[in-house]
Design a protein around this ligand. Structure first.
Ligand SMILES: [Zn+2]
Length: 406
């Protein structure tokens, strides 16, 4: 089995000095300006003269713009983020021509993401200290989780969110050190009453901060609704709402990170049900539970962490009757309404609904893993090439139909 090389982004908060914040704000403004001017030039060339302008041509334009008095301020910031903006624009046009995206749009001061991308010539990374071009001291980064040992970022993206918080994302080629293989396997049932239930019988509930934060959010939203449109106080109230939202999301993600890391480290095989959220949204109580549970996010974390740690993530078909099947004797119960939390099979086995489901999911997953010509299921590396993993959920393993065994 070959080692997988995956490019992965590690995102951290940082606290800029006043000078750094000013430099970055200036850079964000220049990035937006350059992107918009290049887009304008490309659009004009196409609509007026049917000419396609490529990246090199826009790069030459940028050199020209910097020489004009009016735009000379563009040469005060690092040139790399400006070049990167032109590369992104090139990518946006490539996607448009290949019918994968709509025509590129202008970046607006208010709505567009404030970000700047630095490639290796425009930053220095040494001993865990990151210094960007045009800056004389490293960024004050909160290393909330360690960068893999020996990892060196190839690209660094600085951004500021709508709540005014600063983030730096480091894109690293990751050569993970594999933890020792283990023998254990676990089945996971995506929950209704709890976040997930494991085949071991353990239930994991959502962290309790939920309600408190929701109250805080409701209060901030009430305050916002009372402020007059366009007032400075309204902007302040909006920022407060954004901050509460951001804090809730951060804590929840942190919780999911810890949980998924634990599940993947402790088990060689993790079996989940291919339970699409869409499939469950018909039921309102479920919709709420699933929304809270962030099952989609959890699944995507399991996917990339399994790949990362050399573990197997197996999905079983979502039509597999995990709740109705007795994990002791294999008989399928006739009906199993959602409100039935515990049941007794004709064979005498008493089941907690979720634990029984998790056990069935595990058994089905192991059956799938075992019948693939005696080898473990294929790893989820597309083509074995290095690829950028993003936090989106994409099924990476073919759906395995599992037949319950008598
Ligand atoms: Zn039974």
């Amino acid at each position: 089995m070959t080692m997988t090389h995956v490019k992965r982004a590690f995102k951290y908060r940082f606290y800029p000095t006043d000078a750094q914040a000013a430099e970055l704000s200036r850079t964000f403004g220049c990035v937006r300006k350059v992107y918009n001017m290049a887009l304008q030039a490309r659009s004009e060339a196409w609509t007026l003269r049917r000419e396609r302008v490529n990246y090199n041509a826009t790069s030459a334009m940028l050199t020209g713009w910097k020489r004009t008095g009016e735009l000379s301020y563009l040469s005060e910031v690092s040139s790399v983020p400006l070049q990167q903006a032109l590369r992104h624009l090139q990518g946006a046009f490539a996607n448009f021509w290949q019918k994968r995206a709509k025509y590129p749009t202008f970046k607006s001061r208010k709505k567009s993401r404030r970000s700047a991308e630095y490639t290796s010539s425009a930053f220095r990374f040494r001993d865990g200290r990151l210094t960007l071009a045009k800056m004389d001291r490293p960024l004050d980064i909160v290393w909330s989780r360690p960068l893999p040992r020996g990892a060196a970022p190839s690209t660094v993206t600085v951004s500021q969110d709508s709540a005014g918080r600063w983030f730096v994302s480091l894109l690293c080629e990751d050569r993970p050190s594999m933890p020792a293989p283990v023998n254990t396997a676990v089945g996971i049932d995506a929950g209704i009453t709890s976040l997930v239930t494991l085949s071991t019988g353990e239930r994991i509930t959502n962290p309790r901060y939920g309600r408190k934060d929701r109250e805080r959010l409701a209060r901030a939203q009430r305050e916002l609704s009372r402020k007059t449109e366009g007032s400075a106080n309204r902007d302040k109230a909006r920022l407060k709402v954004a901050r509460v939202h951001a804090r809730i999301a951060d804590r929840h993600r942190d919780f999911l990170h810890k949980l998924t890391t634990r599940l993947v480290r402790e088990n060689q095989t993790v079996v989940i049900e291919d339970l699409t959220v869409r499939n469950m949204l018909g039921n309102r109580t479920l919709a709420r539970a699933i929304g809270d549970a962030s099952w989609t996010e959890m699944r995507s974390m399991l996917e990339y962490k399994a790949q990362w740690y050399g573990r197997d993530l197996v999905t079983v078909d979502r039509w597999f009757p995990s709740s109705k099947l007795c994990s002791a004797c294999g008989v399928i119960a006739a009906r199993m309404p959602l409100n039935v939390r515990a049941w007794e099979c004709a064979c005498g086995a008493r089941h907690d609904r979720d634990v029984n489901a998790a056990r069935n999911i595990l058994a089905a997953g192991l059956a799938v893993a075992a019948c693939g010509d005696g080898v473990r299921p294929q790893r989820s590396t597309p083509g074995g090439q290095s690829s950028v993993k993003q936090e989106t959920s994409r099924p990476q393993r073919s759906r395995a139909a599992a037949q319950p065994r008598g």
